[in-house]
Design a protein around this ligand. Sequence first.
Ligand code: MN
Length: 406
Amino acid sequence: MTGWVDVAPESPFPVTNLPYGVFSHGGEPARVGVALGDQVLDLAPLAAAEGLDGGHVFESPALNPFMALGRPAWTAVRSWLTELLTHEGYRELVESHLLPMGEVTLHLPFEVADYVDFYSSQHHAENVGRIFRPDGDALSPNWKHLPVGYHGRAGTVIVSGTDVVRPAGQRMPPGAGGPTYGPSTRLDVEAEVGFVVGVPSQRGTTVAVGNFAEHVFGVCLVNDWSARDLQSWEYVPLGPFLGKSFATSVSPWVVTLDALAAARVEGPAQSPAVLPYLRRGEPWGLDIELEVSWNGTVVARPPFAGMYWTPDQQVAHLTVNGASLRTGDLYASGTVSGAAKDQRGSFLELSWNGRDPVILADGSSRTFLEDGDEVSITAWAPGAAGTRIGFGAVSGRIVAGGSTTG
Ligand code: MN
């Protein structure tokens, strides 16, 4: 696509991307914007000036009202924006609503309704199985029959750039006679891809795999911070709880499914065959390459394209019991890990549970996170006309916890 907009080729936000976020500028109320190169397009006044139908949704401090409008509106706004950014005649108008990215504050882009986390990378599940159950089967018996997941805590989903306070809790040290309490000593990351629901579903009904794109608005990056010491003591028999619920970070920009049309790939072949409600229709694997940086050192490049369960299957499974979707629901893929060592999306796997320390560029070594450490996850996917679709970053820094109670 050619147009009047001049975006640096290395920018994650070319005119073929147009991801949505929420920003504030000066002392003004937060509202919806679109990332374009190193600028933010202020949609509310632009929509008002152009008399765009329903344009008031962009005055909201969350994407939820826009996401609730549904796919025809999402596609129409994308076409409208593309038109404005392509034709020289709109240049003056549009430029008057562009703000430098460096001058705005980015906020949590949507009000998170429910949050679910899956476990859909076979390499990740097998690595974790080998680490924690060396004498058992790497995969649990259900793993290839359903996308394993759990319900997480929506209220602690935070936007990139928000500090993460080291959680405290109970752990059972190896060989100890009883549990102890204190700050987590095995704080980890999970590099994941998140799917954001726009259109709700009715309780008592199901969402078929083929209706994925009618309900899901877009995609963001997720860091599912995990306290492995708390997790390993508490998770039997009901699954993840306080080892995960203290914070989950998301990237500030939500990339639409439309922007990812060129990134769609078949998911890996599934054997044994899955039940009919999980059978894939259109390909909804996504060729997204993640990159995990630890204090500025790239430590992993996890490939999302190899995920065993695809997001259309995940939403079908999530609703197969009649559970409803709500606007703002977030479901994450689970840690993205590839086959190679440098494709592992958690430090648990990268350090093999602390056995093999990771060496950073400054010469220091790490197994799990120390106070002051910063982790940033970025990602790219192929876009239209040879462009690259960037997701920006989800970043967070660990800070020491405050007062504790024993
Ligand atoms: Mn996770």
